[in-house]
Design a protein around this ligand. Structure first.
Ligand SMILES: NC(=O)c1ccc[n+]([C@@H]2O[C@H](COP(=O)([O-])OP(=O)(O)OC[C@H]3O[C@@H](n4cnc5c(N)ncnc54)[C@H](OP(=O)(O)O)[C@@H]3O)[C@@H](O)[C@H]2O)c1
Length: 268
């Protein structure tokens, strides 16, 4: 197992099936806070390294560069799973904002469109969710979901429309492990996608290092593999070629249940 640089065959990356039958690769490439030329370069490197899932947002102001990198990659649109997100403050302008995202990305549809944050003061904003469902039904997004929503807010959406978000993209890492939350989302048919998997993790942690040395991988690779063992999709960001490749190179080893449990135990 190389700890950097090995290109992963995109076919090695498993997918999870979202509500509505849309397949989402379990490892995606995070693009915040990449901007301008460096965003296009990093996404180009990620596609070359085998990523087929790219995560962006209106807020990241990098959709045009991602569109350029996709175009320059020579991959067909159907080969890459694209996520973008609606800012909470764009409530009421959903259609115009999605159309602007599609123009910037150079595509007719996104694979997943998320509400980036719930509105302040804790309400779920059902009217935004209805609009997302409408635009999905029109074919502008293959699946729709939310980010940073609580179970209570998701229940509000389900009660109002009968439709659960396909995905909840949430801050997740070993310190944030929460079996009840995971179970609650699963029970509602919501796929969990973790963001900031590495940034807030202590990669010097002895447990992660001990497990990494067993498999000849890095602690970062152990953390990413731990997400997959829990069937949580993960979207690490890197601007560095070696780390871009290493963060996808997760399929030459797997963690034993006891190792997963030790990492779960880092929650605090
Ligand atoms: N929905 C939301 O509200 C939300 C919020 C935050 C993030 N996100 C999404 O989630 C993605 C990932 O989260 P994130 O960017 O916050 O955090 P992250 O992916 O956990 O961490 C990125 C940081 O870790 C470094 N890094 C990457 N690979 C590494 C490795 N193998 N070993 C050590 N360090 C490594 C990167 O530096 P280098 O670039 O130098 O490698 C960068 O500083 C974002 O890019 C964005 O797409 C969504």
């Amino acid at each position: 197992m190389a700890d950097n640089g090995r290109m992963t065959d995109a076919r090695e990356v498993p997918s999870v099936t979202l509500a509505g039958g849309v397949a989402m690769p379990m490892v995606g490439f995070g693009t915040w806070p990449l901007r301008g030329h460096s965003a296009a370069v990093a996404v180009g490197r990620a596609l070359q390294a085998g990523y087929r899932h790219v995560d962006t947002a209106t807020m990241y102001a990098n959709e045009a560069e991602i569109g350029r990198a996709l175009h320059d990659s020579g991959l067909s649109r159907q080969e890459v799973f694209l996520t973008t997100k609606l800012r909470a403050r764009d409530a009421g302008h959903e259609r115009a904002v999605l159309k602007a995202s599609l123009r910037a990305l150079g595509t007719d549809y996104v694979d997943l469109w998320l509400v980036h944050w719930p509105p302040p003061r804790g309400k779920a904003n059902v009217s935004v969710w209805r609009e997302l469902l409408t635009l999905r039904d029109e074919g502008l997004a293959r699946a729709v979901g939310v980010s940073n929503y609580s179970i209570q807010q998701i229940d509000e959406l389900i009660e109002a429309t009968g439709e659960a978000p396909a995905v909840n993209q949430i801050h997740w890492n070993p310190r944030r492990y929460n079996a009840d939350l995971l179970h609650g989302l699963r029970r509602r048919g919501v796929v969990v996608e973790g963001y900031s998997p590495l940034k807030d993790t202590n990669l010097s942690d002895p447990v992660l290092n001990e497990i990494a040395s067993v498999y000849g991988v890095t602690p970062a690779q152990v953390v990413l593999r731990w997400h997959l063992e829990h069937e949580i999709a993960v979207i690490p960001k890197s601007a560095n070629s070696g780390r871009i490749a290493a963060n996808l190179d997760l399929f030459g080893f797997s963690l034993k249940p006891a190792e997963v449990a030790r990492i779960d135990g880092l929650a605090g």
